[in-house]
Design a protein around this ligand. Sequence first.
Ligand code: NAI
Ligand code: MG
Length: 326
Amino acid sequence: MTHQIAVIPGDGIGQEVTPAAVDVLEALSPDFEFVEGDAGDAVKAETGEALPQDTRDIAANSDATLFGAAGETAADVILPLRDVVGSFANVRPAVSYPGLDAVQPDTDIVFIRENTEGVYSGIESEIADGVTTLTRVVTEDASRDIAEFGFDYAAANGYDDVTVAHKANVMRETDGLFLETAEAVAEGRDAAYDTALMDALAMHLVMHPEEYGVVICPNLAGDMLSDLAAGLVGGLGLLPSANVGSENALFEPVHGSAPDIAGKGIANPSAMILSAAMLLDHLGYGDEADRVRAAVEGVLDEGPRTPDLGGDATTSDVTEAVIDRL
Ligand code: NAI
Ligand code: MG
């Protein structure tokens, strides 16, 4: 069966790493048909819209979407795109690889981030001159969905440690509900878990990442803690992610458009290629996904490496080395 894949490179290094991931997918020759869409700062400058209706339709009508990164318009692009594919869970693995000089070489953590509400609900206003507010939305339904997804993910992928991150001692209503709902889900299935205050958790993750497996987080906490974990394993060039919905999904690196290195051809394509591996898993190509991960691991270990990892290789050197290993 042919799968249609929406490809949305976006801005900055999104234009460089997305074609790299498509080249890797094409080298595996699964039965994919790629359809490209525009999004981000460049298309907004041209048309006034950061996420044209055409691109929304392409994502909605595809079996999965590969997204690179947007620049300043990121919130106008990625939040609605996650909506278009109905994704409620953002899966962000942070894994240290052999051969890299990581701050914490023994890290294997998957952040399961609530993807629809919290402080990213978009309900902000300026209520008076110099006074602004933001409404933090937390619902029982979304909290239950993310907790169930997180415990299912841990069981399916062999993670024994599940941690629920929260700040219910201060945000008593919103994180109180998040925590209480996650605890009810865990108890309903007799699953072992810990809870952790998210600020203290940030410190523990830096000092003892090996003690953590799956971390279930409210939206903003998941965004921040996963970037923190990126720093532990070698940087943002390494972290892939999946935005999973009940019927559709979008795959993107955790990083943004990286304007400081865009256009130089030196972006690390690993995060994007590993996101493509998550896409392969999602569409049932588990063996191909494992082959891609093994090829990326081999290249990370033996080179060539891009400058963010201390090397002097280009995006295409790394991509070709991954394809050679396939
Ligand atoms: P960023 O992730 O683009 O870059 C942070 C740092 O990591 C930079 O020094 C960059 O060079 C480095 N980096 C990131 N990815 C890399 C890669 N693949 N290879 C080598 N080095 C890499 O985050 P920043 O600088 O905070 O944001 C830049 C722009 O990206 C902003 O306009 C922001 O709005 C947007 N952004 C978009 C996101 C999205 O589209 N999902 C997510 C995060 C930021
Ligand atoms: Mg982020």
